[in-house]
Design a protein around this ligand. Structure first.
Ligand code: SF4
Ligand code: SF4
Length: 192
């Protein structure tokens, strides 16, 4: 199922059709089987793929990067290729426009900044105020983007929490972020 206009049954069908046509025109016809499952990052759903994958030479997955890797691990004897280029964790803000909102840093500081993430949305990841380079509320690094710190100020003002800007924010603990290699979550209470 596709919720961000990428992947899903429709895109898989269109791409399969296009590849079949291209190969036919090249006089190198190819047989392509299609299947879509609920979630590729969940072993429970991957079981459905065992038989269809056993019958093909290679797999092209239209999941996010995590889903593609889940398929590659599950079917270690088959080449697995990514059909999409996974970009970010974001929000659909208007028809066909997504904006990045979270880097999954594992040590969320949103409460301090009125629900606007400076880690993701400030190009310099500043935690103690703006760099001073913004022009008309837009970022000096990318003038098409709003300055995150202007957004933080506006938001804190709107919710009556401007006094938060007087607090010095201590250096962030990045040990929970991606810099130290892949992370793992274990929820013991849900293990069986
Ligand atoms: S502080 Fe970290 S977890 Fe919270 S929104 Fe920003 S990147 Fe995501
Ligand atoms: S202009 Fe704003 S968003 Fe851009 S780097 Fe400076 S503080 Fe961050």
């Amino acid at each position: 199922m596709s919720v961000c206009l990428a992947g899903g049954e429709r895109e898989v069908s269109i791409t399969s059709y296009a590849v079949r046509m291209a190969r036919k025109l090249d006089r190198k016809p190819i047989e392509i089987s299609q299947i879509t499952i609920e979630r590729q990052c969940d072993n429970e759903f991957l079981k459905e793929l065992a038989e269809p994958v056993s019958k093909v030479e290679a797999v092209v997955s239209f999941a996010c990067g995590a889903g593609v890797q889940a398929i590659a691990e599950r079917f270690s004897e088959k080449p697995v290729y990514a059909g999409l280029n996974t970009e970010f964790l974001g929000v659909l803000e208007e028809q066909a426009v997504w904006n990045e909102k979270c880097l999954g840093c594992g040590n969320c500081v949103l409460a301090q900044f009125g629900g606007i993430c400076p880690v993701t949305r400030c190009a310099k990841r500043l935690l103690n105020g703006p760099c001073g380079g913004s022009t008309e509320d837009h970022c000096e690094v990318n003038p098409e983007r709003p300055c995150a710190w202007q957004l933080i100020y506006n938001r804190l003002k709107a919710i009556g929490q401007l006094d938060r800007l007087e607090e010095i924010v201590m250096p962030k603990d990045w040990s929970t972020a991606w810099y130290s290699g892949p992370r793992k979550i274990v929820r013991k209470e849900h293990q069986v």
